[in-house]
Design a protein around this ligand. Structure first.
Ligand code: SF4
Length: 293
């Protein structure tokens, strides 16, 4: 594992994400090395020849001038890296960022696969509308170990519980859903007493990880070859449409609200988590943008 410190001019990057005004990544690269990492395209912007997951640049930035200018804005921490990956324990860049932003009036949203986020719970709690999403796409620890180097599923579920019980708006981010492998209902059953939102996102296969995932499926689940061929080569959406219907029924049977690609307001949160379907989210956003023009 290569870890280097790099100097950067600033840390707050204006975002065109629909969910945030700023996207903030205290590291470049990610030691969680998820086989399906959508952020692995970032490697292009580095000088590393090592595979994604084998290097991390630790950002050094200076003081944040006039942090109160961020009041009322929203920052998404961890759009292309995990802000609580193992080196955060030593380098504390995410912690530094939270300390710099504390009291500014900015809202924060954090996404992670690590229980290290609990270290900063007291700090996170001081932000208005603080939200933490914990990603879980299986309850099978062996499959998890094959796919990523984040915390165990057991620890992620415990982390969600502690966050939720501390009053943090907590999301169970079921992503990516592997056709024929991920069982979203089984995950929701384990998570529904400890989160406010359940986000559901399908596995997208593009870039250099497409071949890696297809090979893994072929070598480990040859019985799924045909299904993956249908979905990812023939672009057949039956699997996702059927899963959508199944989840709709699950939500009805469990008295949960199920919405599609919605910007759900926190004020709507009740006792039970709201399930949000983000299947083909990017296409929906793109076509919405086109229609606006
Ligand atoms: S934790 Fe997120 S950024 Fe890190 S490797 Fe996994 S998907 Fe990529």
């Amino acid at each position: 594992m290569i870890i280097k410190e790099i100097d950067v001019k600033g840390i707050m990057t204006k975002s065109n994400l629909p969910v945030a005004d700023f996207s903030v990544n205290p590291y470049v690269g990610c030691a969680h090395a998820c086989k399906y990492c959508y952020a692995s395209f970032m490697k292009r912007f580095t000088n590393y020849s090592e595979p994604w997951g084998d290097f991390v640049d630790v950002k050094n930035w200076g003081i944040l001038k006039n942090p109160s200018k961020y009041a009322g804005k929203e920052a998404f921490i961890g759009s292309v890296t995990d802000p609580y990956q193992p080196c955060e324990k030593k380098y504390e860049r995410t912690r530094k960022l939270l300390k710099q932003l504390q009291g500014s009036g900015i809202s924060i949203s954090i996404a992670t696969r690590s229980d290290l986020v609990l270290r900063d719970l007291d700090l996170i709690k001081t932000f208005p509308n603080a939200r933490v999403a914990i990603s879980i796409n299986t309850i099978d620890e062996n499959f998890k170990k094959e796919m990523d180097k984040g915390a165990t599923i057991k620890r992620r579920l415990e982390t969600m519980k502690q966050l939720y019980e501390s009053g943090i708006k907590t999301t169970c981010f079921i992503s990516p859903i592997f056709p024929g492998i991920t069982d979203p209902e089984a995950i929701i059953e384990k998570a529904k007493d400890r989160c406010n939102l359940v986000w559901l996102e399908n596995l997208n296969l593009r870039g250099d990880y497409r071949a890696r995932i297809m090979d893994w499926i072929h070598n480990n689940h040859p019985e799924l070859d045909e299904l993956y061929y249908e979905i990812y080569s023939k672009k057949n959406r039956d699997y996702w449409n059927n899963l959508n219907e199944k989840l709709q029924k699950y939500a009805e049977n469990n008295n949960m609200k199920y919405v599609r690609d919605d910007d759900t307001q926190m004020s709507e949160f009740g006792q039970l988590p709201i399930m949000v379907n983000y299947f083909y989210h990017e296409e929906v956003k793109k076509s919405a943008k086109k229609n606006k023009k």
